[in-house]
Design a binder for this molecule. Structure first.
Ligand code: TXA
Ligand code: MG
Length: 334
């Protein structure tokens, strides 16, 4: 099977209602979508991604009015967050309704939901008139896709179709909040900065350090969002490249570019929004450049910088003693 690449909302909606898999654009990253109410279709997502069944999926809605179709209770703080940040890069984990198959939530009593801020995607949701379960459209653990071409390269032979909505505006995944009554916990930093959330609802709980070793949100696995090329995070760009074919992922402009075999500057002026929108694209390019190593500059630890540092840390993580394979076939080694 090889995916059709197109821009037709109607075709995408029909594939979804027929139980197929479509890669769909959102403002954060491309998602691999299936009808959330169809367990057989949802099972195809796990198969296509080689995703373990313990990792639950995010369900996408056309608008806030769809919430009662998938959740059983909306607490006041959940409503407040949804009204402020939707459509947008915020996922709320809420008590699930019986209509949502257990496969979507990996047997949890809660479901992650969000309204994406992407016109084409919301048109598809309306046309299909079903909530769409969609994890990021990459093989499990690998770099997230922010263009239709990334999806094509990584999963082109495993999906029915790819809806091309251009490059993703935000470029990193949604912020995920766990909502337990009035108690709000940050499960994953992402497109909505924590500062903006706390401005609205006050202090948000951060997961305890020991808990993040055994994550409830498996996007919080220590190794995730990983290129095949080994990646090292540094606080300052080194004066000399550690190996002959070292690539540099720099946050802002630097004078040291000529010392590296390949260089990606995320935002010459040091703008975090622009850096986020370029982040995964730049990593995809460096990963394809046949380098021995990638050195990545850490971001300021505020606003979107937090989410970007989180992605860097997981991209760099290597299980002690494990040799990460960089194989010529392009098949993920996990
Ligand atoms: O921006 C995004 O969130 C993108 C776009 C496509 O919407 N989606 C995305 O999905 O990043 P995914 O599957 O790559 O990451 C979703 C994360 C997973 O780590 C999953 O464990 C967590 O959300 N999650 C989903 N439902 C959950 C639940 N009920 N409880 C805890 N974590 C949950
Ligand atoms: Mg993902």
């Amino acid at each position: 099977m090889s995916a059709a690449l197109f821009t037709s909302v109607e075709r995408a909606a029909t594939i979804l209602t027929d139980g197929g898999l479509v890669a769909l654009p959102t403002e954060t990253v491309y998602g691999l979508g299936a009808n959330a109410f169809d367990p057989v279709a949802v099972a195809k997502i796990f198969a296509a991604k080689d995703r373990p069944f313990f990792d639950p999926l995010i369900v996408h809605l056309a608008d806030i009015g769809w919430l009662p179709r998938v959740v059983s209770h909306i607490s006041p703080v959940a409503r407040q967050l949804a009204e402020r940040f939707w459509p947008g890069p915020l996922t709320l984990v809420l008590p699930k309704s019986d209509a949502v198959p257990d496969l979507v939530t990996s047997g949890l009593g809660s479901v992650g939901v969000r309204v994406p801020d992407h016109d084409l995607m919301r048109q598809v949701l309306r046309a299909a008139n079903v909530p769409v379960a969609a994890p990021s459209a990459n093989p499990f653990g690998r770099l997230s896709p922010t263009t239709a071409d990334h999806v094509w390269q990584q999963l082109g032979n495993r999906v029915d179709a790819i809806l091309d909505g251009g490059p993703c505006r935000i470029g990193i995944e949604s912020t995920i909040l766990g909502i337990d009554g009035e108690r709000v916990t940050l499960l994953r930093p992402g497109g909505v900065p924590l500062e903006e959330i706390e401005e609205l609802i006050g202090r948000v709980r951060l997961p305890a350090a020991e808990q993040s070793k055994q994550p409830l949100a498996p996007g919080m696995l220590e190794s995730h969002y990983a290129p095949r090329t080994p990646l090292t995070v540094v606080s300052e760009v080194p004066l000399t490249a550690p190996r002959p074919r070292t690539g540099l992922l720099a946050f802002r402009k630097t004078e040291l570019c000529s010392r590296f075999a390949a260089v990606e500057i995320l935002s010459p002026t040091g703008d975090l929004l622009i850096a986020a929108s370029n982040f995964f694209q730049a990593l995809h390019r460096l990963d394809a450049a046949g380098l021995d190593e990638i050195v990545a500059e850490r971001f300021p630890d505020a606003g979107l910088g937090r989410a970007l540092n989180d992605r860097l840390q997981r991209a760099a993580f290597r299980v002690p003693g494990e040799q990460r394979m960089s194989d010529a076939t392009g098949i993920a080694s996990e």
